[in-house]
Design a protein around this ligand. Sequence first.
Ligand SMILES: Cc1cc2nc3c(=O)[nH]c(=O)nc-3n(C[C@H](O)[C@H](O)[C@H](O)COP(=O)(O)OP(=O)(O)OC[C@H]3O[C@@H](n4cnc5c(N)ncnc54)[C@H](O)[C@@H]3O)c2cc1C
Length: 379
Amino acid sequence: MSAARKRVAVVGVGTMGSQAAWRLAARGAEVVGYDRFAPGHDRSAAGGETRIFRSAHFEDTRYVPLLQHADVLWEQLQQETGRELRRLTGCLLMGSPEGQQMATVLDSIAEHGLDHDVLDAESLAKRFPQHRLDDGDAVVLDRRAGFIRPELTIQTAARRAEQLGAVIHRYTAVREIVPVANGVEIRTDAGSEHFDAAVVTPGPWVNDLLPDLPWQVDVRRVISAWFMSTAPDAWFGEERPAFIRTSPTHWYGLPSPDGVSVKLGLSQALHRLADDPNQLDRTVRPSELEIYRDLIGRYLPDLCPDPTRLAVYMEGYTESSRPLVGPLPGNENVILLAGFSGHGFKLSPAFGDIAADLALNGSSSQPIDFISTADRVAA
Ligand SMILES: Cc1cc2nc3c(=O)[nH]c(=O)nc-3n(C[C@H](O)[C@H](O)[C@H](O)COP(=O)(O)OP(=O)(O)OC[C@H]3O[C@@H](n4cnc5c(N)ncnc54)[C@H](O)[C@@H]3O)c2cc1C
């Protein structure tokens, strides 16, 4: 059978699945997607209006070529659909240059010649007076960075896939993925369908759907919190970069598209486990807000520390923070993409493209050895 005629299932049409459906359909595959809800819903890892896109990486410089591939595909998806999915407003990366994360940022900028400005305390105070620094903090403005609209992106990629011939079954949970001769069978409450291959992108439901997964993916409950600014000109003037800071913990913020509020989020270490993705606790307790109050008081004093909006999502984290990308052991026809550990959205078009490579050709020319399932040690 030629690659162009392969029948491929996409299980979970969320962040990664919608992009995989687009890339597979663009290459002529016969694509059938399944989602337990519908593309663009807010009960999973995506939602909350914004995600940060950046060119430099805190975790590992090996992500930079994948970010560059994603960058090209972000532009392509916008051009094909006429939708503004991403706006390049820059992103301030801030923290102690002695720390591993800022060192990786500086390495990725140097190794790949990324477009950036270095700011000292004085120029930061002039250009971005809303921020306070700790002594000795380094500040870099990643210029090819900004925000992405997650709900719009997922719906747009899914619709583009449908325009290219994909069929998406909404409100249809996949119960089982069964390897069979020449492919894989997808079982839902409505019956089962045979495919040549399946791209499996269930996000926080990965352990539910694949209970025998040989790797550990911890599903965590992640809070987003929105705060009003008393100095909107600083946040919403001509320059309105997002920011990521590495101290006293890893945390980030984005001026919201509403033009009045700033969304803040915290690092993995501060998210508690979500025991059951079907019973996500969406209530945020006052004690969970103390850290925001503290960070605002120390670093963003113009924000009013009483949040105007709170939302709770889920995300799968691996121990190394590196996602799992590639075939399941012993089954080349089931391509897993999971465990994006809080940093997958910006890369999602690249991961969708890589999923299409793996499902249609069995390999990818993208540099994915470091995230591949192939050499991953089981938990
Ligand atoms: C609050 C928050 C902020 C973040 N900020 C950033 C950021 O600024 N930048 C960044 O790059 N990344 C960020 N991330 C990470 C990024 O959003 C995630 O890595 C990414 O969304 C994960 O995508 P996914 O496809 O694995 O999961 P999802 O987008 O959750 O998709 C999984 C889909 O599978 C479906 N599904 C599950 N089980 C089944 C089943 N059995 N049958 C059918 N369908 C099923 C679900 O309904 C869902 O639609 C953030 C994450 C969170 C939670």
